[in-house]
Every structure is written in structure tokens, then in C-alpha cells.
Design a protein around this ligand. Structure first.
Ligand SMILES: [Zn+2]
Length: 287
């Protein structure tokens, strides 16, 4: 990204690093601003924003609004956020993060036996795949500019209601598994899967857990993920547009049946993708 924007977050970083637990007093006359969200949700600060920071992380505003995605595993508590306005003003606020209890999913008689007791070979394969994916989806201080706008498009036409299983805590035959990082939509095999926004394909690959998987970078640290596809028709580094077909829904990888898994990472935070499909005016706002 350009140097001009990159110099500003360093100022944020230095000023916040010294006292991240305290709310900084901007001036004795301003009333303290705050916003309350739950784990996996997104808060916003609208109007004339240029740069945004959340504790030690910082990024550009999207069309004048600061967005603060909260990872589903972020420790509940009070954190400092701030924004730099286009007029050069620095304002701070408190973001109150509440716990969101995970839905418990216990799956017995899992149909694909290789996922019940995972062999050492498959464990090694999955670890290798995670080592490729993790650097792509974590927070980065220097970012390509946003090429998306909110709300994003739907990952499939006539998208059915999601399963409500974002962040679910899962067990398979009683053995605990990682939390569910996306939302599952009950669409049939062969349903066209669409990029939710303009972007660039980061990765399109067959993976042990995610099956045929596509990861798209929409700029500003927003990455969308589409898993368990029957097939995909895009390649890494390919530019895609909002609504473009990237593949077909299927049942590859660790699934009990056909569906589309749609996930989102934003500035490294794993968030409920449903928050990108709603009118951003309906997000919790800093006041
Ligand atoms: Zn899923």
C-alpha cells in the first residue's frame, strides 16, 4: 500500500502501546464514547474516518467508516479503539466485548471414517495446509485497499437461511474438535457458488478438512472462504468480480452432507459472515 497511509498507523501504535488497558482522555469536555458487541460481531464508527485502530492493530476506513471486527475467540472485556478523521482529529472510544456462548454440536456416526480417527498421514497433511492458509488469513499491517462495499453479495443465488452454526463447539463421536469458523448453508450439490465481492483469489486448492476450497482477498484485510465445493473454476491471483461464479457447491472434505460453508476473516478476526450481508447501518455503532 502507499506510504502516506502507512505512516499514520505507526503514530496510533506508539500512542496506544504505552497504555492499552486505559481509555485515553482526549479532552475533559468530550463525553466518553463506546460500543458494545459480542464475540464474532462487527462494530462500526461512521463518518469522515480515514484510519482506524483496535488496540495494537490499525487499518484504513472503508468509504469513510471504521469497522472493528471482533474475533469469535477474543477475550471478553473492554478494549480501546480509535479513529483518525479526514479532518485530522484523533478520537478514542471503548469497545465492550461480551461473551457469546457457542452452540454445541455433537456429531455421532460421522459418515466419512477418515475424519473420525484422523491418521498420522492426514494429520500431517492438514498441518501442512494450515501452514499455508494461516499466513494468508491473519492480521496484516500493510494492506491492499478495499475493493468491496458493504453489504457484500450473497455466496449463492436464492441463498437459504444459514444453519446458525457459526462458532459452534463441536465433537465427533465425543472427541472435541476446533470451533466452526463459518456459517453453513444447506444448498445442494452443483449449486453455483459466487464471489461475494470484487477481489483476487488467494488460494484455490483441495484440502483435507475444507475439501475443495477457495479463499478470496477483497482488500482492507477482508478474506472470504468457500469450502466443500464439488469443483472450483478459479486460480490463485485471478481477479474476480462480485457475483462471479467461482465453482459449485458439493460435499468434499469433512462434511456430513452437501452444503456451502461460507467464512470470513477481517483483519485476522474470524467473524460471523452474516454481519457482512446485513445493512451496515444495522451494526452496533460507536456513540
Ligand atoms: Zn462449515
Amino acid at each position: 500500500m502507499n506510504k502516506l497511509l502507512f505512516t499514520i498507523p505507526m503514530v496510533f501504535f506508539l500512542s496506544l502501546a504505552s497504555g492499552q488497558a486505559q481509555t485515553k482522555k482526549a479532552s475533559s469536555t468530550t463525553t466518553p464514547k463506546s460500543v458494545s458487541v459480542a464475540q464474532g460481531e462487527v462494530a462500526r464508527w461512521a463518518g469522515n474516518c480515514l484510519r482506524c485502530s483496535f488496540e495494537k492493530r490499525a487499518w484504513s476506513a472503508v468509504n469513510g467508516t471504521c469497522y472493528y471486527p471482533v474475533d469469535m475467540d477474543m477475550k471478553p472485556g473492554h478494549y480501546t479503539i480509535s479513529r483518525r478523521t479526514t479532518g485530522g482529529k484523533l478520537e478514542t472510544a471503548t469497545i465492550n466485548v461480551a461473551e457469546k456462548a457457542c452452540v454445541q454440536e455433537d456429531i455421532t456416526n460421522f459418515p466419512k471414517k477418515e475424519y473420525v480417527n484422523v491418521s498420522p498421514q492426514n494429520q500431517a497433511r492438514a498441518a501442512k495446509e494450515a501452514a499455508v492458509v494461516n499466513p494468508l488469513i491473519r492480521y496484516q499491517s500493510s494492506l491492499r485497499p478495499a475493493v468491496f462495499d458493504l453489504p457484500v453479495g450473497k455466496p449463492a443465488n436464492s441463498l437459504p437461511k444459514g444453519e446458525g452454526n457459526f462458532g459452534a463447539c463441536r465433537t465427533i463421536n465425543g472427541q472435541p474438535r476446533d470451533r466452526h469458523t463459518g456459517q453453513d448453508y444447506p444448498v445442494g450439490v452443483g449449486t453455483p457458488v459466487l464471489s461475494v465481492g470484487n477481489g483476487r483469489v488467494l488460494l484455490a486448492a483441495n484440502q483435507f478438512y475444507s475439501g475443495n476450497a477457495v479463499y478470496i482477498d477483497h482488500g482492507n484485510g477482508l478474506i472470504s472462504e468457500y469450502f466443500h465445493l464439488k469443483s472450483y473454476s478459479v486460480k490463485p491471483n485471478q481477479t474476480v468480480t462480485k457475483g462471479q461464479k467461482i465453482g459449485f457447491a458439493g460435499e468434499t472434505g469433512r462434511v456430513t452432507g452437501p452444503h456451502l460453508h461460507f467464512g470470513v476473516r477481517w483483519h485476522g478476526a474470524c467473524i460471523n459472515p452474516g454481519f457482512l450481508l446485513i445493512d451496515p447501518a444495522d451494526m452496533q455503532e460507536v456513540k
